[in-house]
Design a binder for this molecule. Structure first.
Ligand code: BGC
Ligand code: CA
Length: 340
């Protein structure tokens, strides 16, 4: 029910945008271009903000329908079929289960409707199944490395991070969803970068919190109860880093004895926490860039063009992938990002 309301509300909002549309006719269609989108979970902070950017990017160039798959691949499969039936010219899919795109791909191929997958990356074997399947996202390894480097910089610069003075940094990792490319890769690369920078580390634990703030708070509370002495919390995204901070706030532990926290995304709340000195750093997941690339690609495909037509604006690899670069954000440059 909720997903219907969400979709209907968006159609209405977008419908209002459409009323002010110009009369410029797209080359391929006689009517207006129609773009369908389905996201894995409307309560995901990063995706909500990415979609806001996307709506802005598309503007009045197309009619947009957005569905929430509510974490069900089956629901998402039906949504894709429905969008095809409803005449969408191109469909953007934020897969629920990145290992299970078969139904979506088969339906799209049969109806000859191109698909732009985004944020949740399908495996190479699947994207290779048709030449009108694309992916827009970012390089997960880069985000992990940058997070580790940010943490290493602080550990080297500020001897106060090593609270117990044993020459090692006691740390925990908050992991995103099991099986998500960003979670797997960020966990590995962040710690690698920290160690490569010469920081001696002592891993106290790790926990899966599914990108979710409340789950991260619960997991961190358990960490605090079983090991005091955490000096660094390395989180796969900002929401979970904020959940960890919530746990410390609720614990009554004096702020002087809190660890330092690092996240990834640069969501509005994440950036505000960097500005307020709660998060020591984050890595900007370029939602404006990703939304821009999705919109450019979707409109180009809908007008009968190909990904090569935008290869001068975006770094296109293997004729299928567009990955936007990440960027490090700390107190020094956070204002630049807050203003976006
Ligand atoms: C973001 C997370 C988000 C996830 C959803 C990741 O790239 O960093 O915040 O929850 O994508 O798929
Ligand atoms: Ca220590």
């Amino acid at each position: 029910m909720r997903k219907r309301i969400f979709a209907v509300a968006l159609v209405l909002i977008l419908g209002m945008f459409c009323m002010s549309c110009g009369t410029k006719a797209p080359q391929r269609n006689t009517g207006k271009i129609k773009i369908g989108v389905t996201i894995y979970d409307q309560y995901d902070t990063f995706l909500t903000q990415l979609m806001e950017c996307f709506v802005k990017e598309v503007g009045t160039e197309a009619e947009l329908v957005v569905f929430n798959a509510s974490q069900s691949q089956q629901t998402q499969n039906s949504q894709v079929k429905k969008m095809i039936e409803d005449g969408c010219d191109v469909i953007c899919v934020n897969l629920v289960d990145r290992t299970d795109p078969t139904t979506v791909i088969d339906a799209a191929k049969k109806a000859d409707v191109p698909i732009i997958f985004f944020n949740r990356e399908l495996v190479e074997g699947d994207i290779g199944r048709w030449n009108r399947l694309f992916y827009v996202g970012a390089d997960a390894a880069q985000s992990g490395t940058m997070e580790g480097e940010l943490a290493a910089d602080l550990c080297c610069r500020d001897t106060g991070v090593d609270k117990n003075g044993d020459g090692k940094i006691q740390y925990v990792v908050l992991e995103g969803e099991a099986g998500h490319q960003d979670a797997i890769v960020r966990c590995e690369y962040s710690v690698d970068a920290l160690v490569r920078a010469g920081v001696e580390v002592d891993r106290l634990g790790s926990a899966i919190a599914n990108w979710n703030r409340a789950q991260a708070q619960t997991k961190t509370t358990q960490f605090i109860e079983s090991n005091n002495g955490i000096e660094l919390v390395m989180s796969n995204n900002d929401d979970m880093a904020l959940g960890a901070i919530d746990a410390y706030e609720a614990s009554g532990i004096d702020r002087d004895n809190w660890p330092v926290f690092f996240g990834i995304d640069g969501t509005d709340v994440g950036l505000a926490a960097v500005r307020d000195g709660l998060l020591s750093g984050t890595v900007y997941n370029d939602k404006e860039g990703q939304a821009g690339a999705m919109s450019r690609l979707a409109l180009t495909l809908a007008r009968g063009g190909s990904i090569e037509d935008i290869a001068d604006e975006y770094d296109v690899t293997e004729g299928k992938y567009i990955r936007l670069p990440y960027a490090k954000v700390t107190l020094e440059n956070v204002e630049e990002y807050l203003g976006r």
